[in-house]
Design a protein around this ligand. Structure first.
Ligand code: UD1
Ligand code: CA
Length: 470
């Protein structure tokens, strides 16, 4: 939405504890698809074109503030040390929202609101010339919500705990999302009282106060109740996560042609990017800032976090990648684990029961079986034999291994780091490599085999002699 300067400020209320989460973590930092609940309303506001936001923090506010500063650095922070209600939270933010023509108030614990609804809501507010607009919706079971009471052409909200039997019978409820003309809110904010069942300052009381002064208050009714679901406990959190998961996965299938035979078992976070012609098998999780480029395949039971899968890469299944990169046409799995900026370059391969940490595996190189490769750089077209390990840790610090290009590393080679081997190097199977191997050489670091002739017969004889004596 294109808006003139200072037309809208967005105030997100996030100071509450969320007692029913039964957790020390403040409610808005609980994770939904591995991003805090608070991420979602802030993101929807930004996507709708509202650039200026402020977050009211309180309970465990240092943690909430820290997360906001890191993830939405443009956002202002307003402290509400004591949580005395939504009206009190809005009052403490008055200096901030007074700089705007209008203030959009969102709840930090309602993550399903979409940017489309916010845009529509703002347009209705402006075109209606409203002093206050709020989003309402209809619920079969409205228990707990503020009821929208319309009488004699005016509208007000009564909280569930303060409502009469007749009022409780109303199914239209307040979403907790409002747009106030800032001047209208300023004119009534000091009149909100805490004479009610909860002894709190209720922001929805501003509606009736504005109407009483002749202001125009409009309930903007939305059909899609799902968007307003608030999160108050772990069950609602799981339910909202499932709804968001469906939205993300189905939109990738619809818009990017993602091929997915069992969408209900695939979990993709809101920041993940997926290209064209990507196939995702059942039971896959893609989290954080993961990117999956065109033509990639992701097999079952794979979990990717903050990782990049380049085009046409093949992640065969049961692979776990954290902060790592798989190059074009490279492959991983089944059963591989890469972390801390591991990198497979183009057409490289990591195979069965392989762990790679903070290492680069060069183009066309392979680590096919049962290896640990840490703090290592491997050149191009090198083959690492089964069971090879880089011994990178000496008990004090991590040391580096460097392996050149076109090498043939024998099975079960131990590279005792720091150690460096050149190009076209081979190692004998079972070698412990502690010194440099120059280009083109074979490194052998093991005891020479000796055979003891006739040993088995002699042992058998010894055993039977011993038995006959006893
Ligand atoms: C609120 C509305 C209710 C509406 C419902 C929709 C009030 C009084 N009632 O009720 O009409 O139907 O939302 O979900 O507003 N918060 C603060 N500081 C506080 C209190 C709350 O920042 O002192 C924050 C909370 O963290 C939360 C949001 O405001 O994100 C809503 O507060 P909550 O206590 O959950 O209000 P409800 O009882 O759900
Ligand atoms: Ca709530």
């Amino acid at each position: 939405m294109n808006q003139p300067d200072k037309m809208f400020g967005v105030l997100v209320l996030a100071a509450g504890k969320g007692t029913r989460m039964r957790s020390k973590t403040p409610k808005v930092l609980h994770l939904m698809l591995e991003e805090p609940i608070l991420y979602y309303p802030l993101k929807s506001a930004l996507d709708a074109g509202f650039g200026e936001t402020a977050v009211v923090v309180g309970y465990e506010g240092e943690a909430v503030e820290g997360w906001v500063r890191e993830n939405f650095p443009e956002s202002a922070i307003i402290w509400q040390r004591e949580q005395r209600g939504t009206g009190h939270a809005a009052k403490l933010a008055q200096e901030w929202w007074s700089a705007y023509e209008n203030v959009l108030v969102l709840a930090g614990d309602a993550p399903l609101i979409t940017s489309e609804t916010l845009k529509y809501f703002a347009e209705r507010h402006i075109s209606g010339g409203n002093d206050c607009s709020f989003l309402s919706f209809t619920l079969a079971d409205p228990t707990g919500y503020g009821r929208v009471i319309t009488e004699n052409g005016s509208v007000r909200v009564v909280e569930h705990k303060d409502a009469t039997e007749a009022e409780r019978a109303v199914h239209e409820v307040n979403s907790g999302m409002y747009i106030f003309r800032a001047a209208a809110l300023a004119s009534v904010i000091d009149e909100i009282s805490c004479q009610n069942a909860q002894g709190e300052y209720y922001l929805p009381d501003a509606l009736a106060l504005i109407a009483a002064r002749g202001g125009k208050v409009e309930a903007v009714h939305a059909d899609d109740a799902e968007q307003f679901l608030g999160i108050n406990d772990q069950i609602q959190l799981a339910n909202a996560a499932r709804i968001m998961r469906d939205r993300i996965v189905l939109s990738l299938m619809r818009d990017n042609g993602m091929h997915c035979m069992d969408p209900s078992s695939v979990w993709i976070g809101p920041k993940v990017k997926v290209g064209r012609d990507v196939t995702i098998h059942p039971s896959v999780q893609l989290w954080g800032e993961t990117v999956v480029e065109d033509g990639a395949f992701i097999g079952s039971f794979t979990v990717l976090r903050n990782s990049v899968i380049h085009e046409n890469a093949n992640i065969k299944g049961s692979v776990r990648l954290n902060d790592s990169t798989v190059g074009p046409r490279a492959s991983a799995g089944p059963f591989s684990f890469m972390r801390e900026h591991g990198e497979l370059l183009e057409n490289a391969h990591m195979g069965r029961f392989v762990e790679i940490k903070k290492s680069v595996i060069g183009r066309d190189s392979k680590v096919p079986h049962l290896s640990y490769i840490g703090d290592t750089e491997i050149g191009e077209n090198t083959n690492i034999g089964a069971g090879t390990i880089t011994c990178n840790y000496d008990g004090v610090k991590k040391n580096r291994t460097k392996i050149g290009s076109n090498c043939l590393i024998g099975s079960d080679t131990m590279f005792v780091a720091p150690v460096e081997v050149g190009d076209e190097v081979s190692t004998a199977a079972g070698s412990v490599i502690t010194n440099r191997i120059p280009d083109g050489a074979l490194g052998v670091g093991r005891a020479r085999q000796t055979n003891i002739e006739g040993w088995s017969n002699r042992r058998r004889k010894k055993q039977s002699d011993g038995k006959s004596r006893s």
